[in-house]
Ligand binder design. Structure first.
Ligand code: GAR
Length: 204
């Protein structure tokens, strides 16, 4: 069984897409836990329906949260093969990155290296894309390193947005791509088909 942990911050539509794809494909992938920087969020409701354990994580001490050190132990106990940031909007601390080197991926709702970095998440990204009058946008899946949206790119899919009238319209189009691209790449990881060669990432 290939074990993944999914980090979320709110709505959880990507989490839902992952769970639906796993259910449909009957591949041997298990979502071992869902982790959020929130105490309550609709992504947790989705996890609860599937009886997947949930944890709220925070850097600061609070009785409702577990610390990142505890999360690292929990993820190791589950035997986590891959950590998927699916709409997780906080920065991952270096300790977690060091513990799961090249095992953390993120989905970003634009075509990196443009429209990434600190503060570039959710609708902020689509607003920037809209205001710049970019004519294409899309989704990027990349490895997570210690700098925001900086790790090597694993997969991208683009869409023409030259007729759109609002950032929300871009968000809707890009989300459709995300819901297909993220499960697809997770499956590729589970089949050992994501390989680094010549300083590039190849997905077979
Ligand atoms: C998604 O569009 C995801 O790409 C974005 O947050 C949204 C979460 O939606 N992530 C980022 O902006 C990270 N920089 P969801 O909770 O419905 O999956």
């Amino acid at each position: 069984m290939y074990k993944i942990a999914v980090f979320v911050s709110g709505r959880g539509s990507n989490l839902k897409a992952i769970l639906n794809s796993i259910a449909k494909s009957k591949t041997k992938i298990e979502v071992v836990c869902v982790i959020s920087d929130k105490i309550e969020c609709s992504a947790f409701e989705i996890a609860n329906k599937y009886k997947i354990p949930t944890y709220s994580v925070s850097q600061s001490e609070n009785e409702f949260y577990v610390s990142y050190n505890e999360i690292i132990s929990i993820l190791k106990e589950f035997g986590t093969d891959l950590i998927v940031l699916a709409g997780f909007l906080k920065k991952i601390p270096d300790t977690l990155i060091d513990s799961f080197e090249k095992k953390i991926i993120n989905i970003h709702p634009a075509l990196l290296p443009s429209f990434g970095g600190k503060g570039m998440y959710g609708l902020n990204v689509h607003k920037a894309v809209f205001e710049k009058s970019a004519q294409v946008s899309g989704a990027t899946i990349h490895f997570v390193d210690k700098i925001y949206d900086n790790g090597k790119i694993i997969a991208q899919e683009s869409i023409n947005i030259n007729g759109v009238n609002s950032p929300e319209e871009i968000a809707k189009k890009v989300l459709k791509i995300e819901h297909k691209l993220l499960p697809k790449i997770i499956f590729k990881f589970s089949e050992n088909k994501v390989v680094e060669k010549n300083n590039r990432i190849y997905v077979f």
